[in-house]
Design a protein around this ligand. Structure first.
Ligand code: CO
Length: 192
């Protein structure tokens, strides 16, 4: 497992709801936390590790020692949003790119935890931003989609570079060709 970078096709897939929490998914969650901390992120969505499932891990403290801030959320949905805020945002799938994104200030989410219990979370500010960013990932939406005209122009160079890097990685054979990636995602989606 590794974090995939833009423009990996997994980042654009609509993640599928999870119907049961088995041992395999628990192992994947552990790996996702490791990768998230290694990359110094606050959250990581399953689509960012090329798993097309409605799953995300978060620790808005960013500190692996602070286990009380670690959360796993399954099949999250945003049920309420209030207010707006502007702030700088980055993404582990876009290394080095930071841009201002407008988000709702306060949100309410319904999700399931690892025990399969329904949870309701209300979040504001940084946590709210992280939530909205990660839930977007599960719908194939990326933070660069949310930029204003100026932000889009300012990101063009960085996006071009990532596209080139991705192409070279495919040419080197480090990343499989598009058709192979899509077939793999489709096979994961068709598993029950
Ligand atoms: Co992201």
């Amino acid at each position: 497992m590794k974090i995939v970078h833009y423009p990996h096709p997994a980042l654009r897939c609509q993640a599928k709801p999870i119907s049961s929490i088995d041992k395999k998914i628990k192992l994947q969650i552990g790996e996702m936390f490791d990768l998230m901390y290694e990359a110094k992120g606050l959250g990581l969505a399953a689509t960012q590790v090329a798993l097309p499932f409605q799953l995300l891990v978060m620790n808005v403290s960013g500190d692996p020692e602070k286990k009380e801030h670690e959360f796993v959320y399954i099949n999250p949905t945003l049920v309420e949003r209030k207010g707006t805020m502007d702030g700088e945002e980055g993404c582990l799938s876009f290394p080095g790119l930071f841009q201002k994104v407008r988000r709702a200030k306060t949100i309410k989410i319904h999700a399931y935890n690892l025990l399969g219990e329904k949870v309701e979370v209300v979040a504001s500010d940084l946590a709210s931003r992280a939530w909205q960013h990660e839930i977007d990932h599960l719908n194939g939406v990326l933070f660069v989609d949310k930029l204003g005209i100026i932000g889009k122009l300012a990101s063009r160079g960085a996006l071009k570079e990532l596209e080139e890097e991705f192409k070279y990685a495919q040419q080197r054979g480090d990343i499989p060709p598009e058709t192979e990636i899509k077939a793999l995602i489709d096979s994961l989606l068709s598993e029950s």
